[in-house]
Design a protein around this ligand. Structure first.
Ligand code: PEP
Length: 246
């Protein structure tokens, strides 16, 4: 496995200030597991407050604009996220690809903008159910990677890839451990073909309905270096169980 297991919670459009209590509890739990790297991606509105409330976890954004500043009403740049205390940003989540029409090229531009601002990047890829059923899942995912992997000298050093089958997100369904391992091996091949040796150190996370009950098995699959967790990251109790499983 490349580096410490990396367990990242994506709070999506959830998280009032009252939920900072959960973040504090997750932070305390993370300090008890020094062999696991833990991070949370709250909504933009909580990034700074969470950074100040927690010391043992990474804090990141869920998206960023490609420009550093300017007349882009409603958008948030990587530079602004960094200024708010973020360490990383998620780009290319399937909800953004599907609901905001984000293309591979746009995702790549966002990843490069984030890295230029000093942020780590978690780049999401994953196939739909129809693509899995038609046998094209691996081609779809490696094509997404070909189009959206950031380029540049430091690109691999500040990158994680999250494999998130769209049909597994928020559904309670997960692929077999064998299918997860096969996809992660295909992703590793693409990473080493793109970045050479540096591609071997990029962590590949699994995401999609990870919970306390299935985390150990999924995290033990081939080339799985951590998990990107949605629903089960919203409470300290559920998320701590996943951290413990890593
Ligand atoms: C996600 O949206 O990144 C995710 C993995 O969600 P869930 O864990 O709720 O399936």
């Amino acid at each position: 496995m490349a580096g410490l297991p990396y367990i990242v919670g994506n709070w999506k459009m959830n998280g009032t200030r009252a939920m900072l209590a959960e973040a504090r509890a997750i932070d305390r739990a993370a300090s008890r597991f020094p062999g696991v790297q833990v991070a949370l991606a709250p909504p933009f509105t909580l990034v700074n407050a969470m950074r100040e409330a927690a010391s043992d976890i990474g804090v990141g954004g869920q998206d960023c604009h490609v420009q550093a500043s300017g007349a882009f009403t409603g958008d948030v740049s990587a530079a602004l996220l960094a200024d708010a205390g973020a360490d990383f940003v998620i780009v290319g989540h399937s909800e953004r690809r599907a609901l905001h029409g984000e293309t591979n090229q746009l995702v790549r531009d966002k990843a490069e903008a984030a890295q230029a601002a000093g942020l780590g990047v978690i780049l999401c890829v994953g196939e739909t159910e129809a693509e899995r059923d038609s046998g094209s899942a691996e081609t779809v995912v490696t094509d997404q990677l070909a189009g959206s992997l950031p380029q540049g000298e430091e690109a691999a050093a500040k990158l994680s890839v999250a494999y998130e089958p769209v049909w597994a997100i928020g559904t309670g369904r997960v692929p077999s451990v064998g299918d997860v391992g096969a996809m992660h091996r295909a992703i590793r091949e693409k990473l080493t073909a793109t970045y050479g040796e540096a591609g071997a150190a990029v962590r590949i996370l699994y995401g999609g309905s990870v919970n306390a009950g299935n985390a150990s098995e999924l995290l033990a699959a081939d080339e799985v270096g951590g998990a990107l967790v949605g629903g089960a990251s919203l409470t300290a109790e559920a998320f701590t169980a996943i951290i413990g499983a890593a």
